[in-house]
Design a protein around this ligand. Structure first.
Ligand code: NAD
Length: 263
C-alpha cells in the first residue's frame, strides 16, 4: 500500500526540537525523504544518532538567521541530489529553548531591542530567507509546498497569569513573530499560486513536554479539551499538510489547539 508521504522530500528547519524531531520520525515512517537542518549542538547530534543510518535521511547544520548559510545549504542540498518539494519553516526561539539555555525572562519594560530583534531574526526574518531561497531554487521548477509554523499565540494574546511563578514565560517578540509569519503565508500564497506552490500556516497549541501538574492545570482551563497536546497530535496534521492530499489548500491557518482559539 502507498504510504502517505511517498514521493515527498521534506526540508525541515529547527528539526532537532520537541516537534521537529517528532516530524522527522513520523515523516520517515510515512515514506518521505527528510532533509533535516538545525544549529550545531546536542539536538542535531541526537537526530544523527537516531536516523544517521537511514538513506532517506540527510542532515545539514543551518542557522536560519544567517543569510549566507541559508543560500549555501539549499545549494548543497540540491547538489547532493535531494529535491525538496515540502519545506517546513519550523525553527524558532521558543520559551523552552530560552529556559533550557538558562536565559532570564525580563519584564516587558526591561526587554532590550537586541533581545527583541534576536527573536525576530530567527522566527520571522529566518522564515522569510528560507521562503525566498525556495522561490529562487524550487518554486516554478516542480510542484511544492511551504508550511510556516506559527502558534496559538499568533492571533490570540498570551494569558500572562498562567506563567506566574513558572520557570518560563511567554515573551513579546514570540507572539509578534508568530503573527508575522502568517502574514508571510497569505502574501506568498497569492504570489506563488500560478506556479504550483502552496503555502499554509500550522498553529500548534500548548504541547506537553514534561510540564508541571500546576502548569498543565492552568493552561488546560483555557483549552476546550482541557489538556495539552502530545507532539504526535501536531505531527498528524503536519503530515497531512505535507502530503499530496493538501494540494488544494493554500493561504490557510490550521489551528491544532484542542479548541483554545475557538472559545
Ligand atoms: N511546543 C509548543 O508548545 C509549541 C506551540 C506552538 C508553536 N510551536 C512552534 O513549533 C515550532 C517547534 O517548536 P518546538 O516545541 O519543537 O521548539 P524547540 O525549542 O524544542 O525547538 C526549536 C528548534 O529550533 C532550533 N533553532 C533555534 N534557533 C535557530 C536558528 N537560528 N536556526 C536554526 N534552528 C534554530 C533549535 O535548535 C530547536 O531545535 C516552533 O516554531 C515553535 O514556535 C511550538
Amino acid at each position: 500500500m502507498d504510504k502517505q508521504l511517498d514521493g515527498r522530500t521534506v526540508f525541515i528547519t529547527g528539526s532537532g526540537g520537541v516537534l521537529g524531531s517528532t516530524y522527522v520520525r513520523r515523516m520517515l515512517a510515512a515514506g518521505a525523504k527528510v532533509v533535516a537542518t538545525d544549529l550545531e549542538g546536542a539536538r542535531a547530534d541526537g537526530l544523527m544518532e537516531r536516523h544517521g543510518d537511514d538513506p532517506n535521511f540527510g542532515f545539514y547544520h543551518m542557522d536560519v538567521g544567517d543569510e549566507d548559510q541559508v543560500t549555501e545549504i539549499f545549494k548543497r542540498v540540491m547538489a547532493d541530489g535531494w529535491q525538496p518539494n515540502v519545506v517546513l519553516n519550523n525553527a524558532a526561539i521558543t520559551g523552552e529553548m530560552l529556559m533550557g539555555a538558562g536565559k532570564p525572562f525580563p519584564d516587558f519594560a526591561d526587554t532590550t531591542v537586541a533581545d527583541f530583534e534576536r527573536t525576530m531574526r530567527t522566527n520571522l526574518t529566518g522564515a522569510f530567507m528560507v521562503a525566498r531561497q525556495m522561490d529562487r531554487d524550487i518554486v516554478g521548477k516542480y510542484p511544492c509546498a511551504l508550511i510556516n509554523v506559527a502558534s496559538m499565540y499568533a492571533l490570540n494574546g498570551a494569558h500572562h497569569p498562567i506563567y506566574e511563578g513558572m520557570p518560563f514565560k511567554n515573551f513579546s517578540a514570540y507572539g509578534v513573530s508568530k503573527a508575522g509569519i502568517h502574514g508571510l503565508t497569505v502574501w506568498l500564497a497569492g504570489y506563488w499560486a500560478q506556479r504550483d506552490a502552496t503555502v499554509n500556516t500550522i498553529s500548534p497549541g500548548a504541547v506537553f513536554n514534561g510540564h508541571s501538574e500546576e502548569f498543565q492545570k492552568r493552561v488546560g482551563e483555557l483549552i476546550m479539551q482541557n489538556r495539552m497536546a502530545q507532539p504526535d497530535e501536531i505531527a498528524d496534521v503536519m503530515l497531512f499538510l505535507s502530503s499530496a492530499q493538501a494540494g488544494h489548500m493554500t493561504g490557510q491557518m490550521v489551528n491544532v489547539d484542542g479548541g483554545f482559539s475557538a472559545w
